[in-house]
Design a protein around this ligand. Structure first.
Ligand SMILES: C[S@@+](CC[C@H](N)C(=O)[O-])C[C@H]1O[C@@H](n2cnc3c(N)ncnc32)[C@H](O)[C@@H]1O
Length: 290
């Protein structure tokens, strides 16, 4: 990314979660403030880049499962993030050329980059909106044009709900999306948990959260039960709400990154991230509306 020419309206002096995540993924759509903040997080939680890649791998595996095994052709990806080497619409369209994907993000740079990547405007749309306003997202003309809510839709909330404050009631937000969808629709969630923190690295976790507090998106850690409650009204697809890397880990990643056996600088592998016992502190699951 050209450091001299940030897109208009983008404040590159304040670290931004979309661009920090982009940095963890080894991509280039980030600025000095993002890299500096991300490196501070990595200094206390060295597994962060591996966690980001494992999260993407989970997302891609989930989309492939939905598109191939669950018969889903419509995807609403909320808090979609900057495009990276493999993206929801590419995996969905590879499985079914009639697939439809709507990306939603409140970050204008994310939306601009996503739009630039789209080669199939009849199948893929991008909305700049706050996912905490389901009504705005669901009534948006792009959503209405691309998605048919009388048929099943996959609602994707991957690595995003931990940025939604409890005061905004993420459970009610998710329920509003679910209520708008037909039977057979699916919900895909990954979410940072605090379940390992007290047993492991409370000070380091607190320092990382402090860094995120300086972004527009402070992190809210939740328990397994709180995250499972997001699926209320859905049947959890086997194996339920599990650790991020434990959901169908034997399948190859659609983008070939094979994150479980990822080769990364040793100080950045999950195993080398002391304190979490080799675990990425993220739960992931897929639900189906009966
Ligand atoms: C960590 S990235 C996750 C990207 C992608 N879902 C993934 O898992 O790879 C979080 C994204 O959510 C977006 N975001 C955060 N809060 C949001 C909100 N209230 N509405 C829409 N997007 C939001 C950020 O701009 C960022 O792009």
């Amino acid at each position: 990314m050209g450091e001299d020419s940030p897109p208009s309206g983008v404040d590159v002096t304040v670290p931004n979660v979309a661009r920090m995540y982009d940095y963890y993924l080894g991509e280039k759509d980030n600025y000095a403030a993002d890299r500096e903040a991300a490196e501070k997080v990595i200094a206390v939680l060295p597994g962060s880049p591996v966690a980001a890649r494992a999260n993407r791998a989970f997302l891609m595996r989930a989309v492939r499962y939905l598109a191939t095994e669950a018969g889903i052709t419509q995807f609403l990806d909320l808090g979609a993030g900057l495009p990276t080497r493999s993206n929801v619409h590419q995996v969905a369209l590879a499985a079914n050329s009639d697939a439809r994907v709507v990306y939603v993000d409140w970050d204008s740079m994310v939306c601009a980059h996503s739009r630039a990547l789209i080669r199939d405007p009849g199948n893929v749309g991008v909305i700049e909106a706050d996912l905490r306003r389901p009504d705005t997202v669901l009534r948006h003309e792009t959503t209405r044009e691309l998605l048919d809510f009388s048929r099943p839709v996959a609602v994707i909330l991957v690595s995003i709900l931990h940025f939604v404050d409890g005061a905004d009631d993420p459970w009610a937000i998710v329920a509003e999306y679910r209520d708008a969808t037909a039977a057979g629709s699916h919900l895909v969630v990954s979410h940072l948990t605090g379940d390992l923190v007290e047993k492991a690295r409370p000070e380091q976790t607190e320092r990382a959260r402090e860094i995120y507090r300086r972004t527009a998106s402070p992190v809210h850690l939740r328990t397994h039960q709180e995250i499972e409650d997001l699926f209320k009204g859905d049947d959890l697809v086997d194996p339920g709400l599990v650790w991020l890397t434990d959901r169908r880990p034997d399948e190859p990643d659609p983008d070939g990154s094979d994150v479980v056996r990822l080769t990364a600088p040793p100080e950045r592998t999950v195993e080398e991230a002391p304190g979490y016992g080799g675990r990425i502190p993220v739960y992931a699951g897929v639900g189906r509306k009966p």
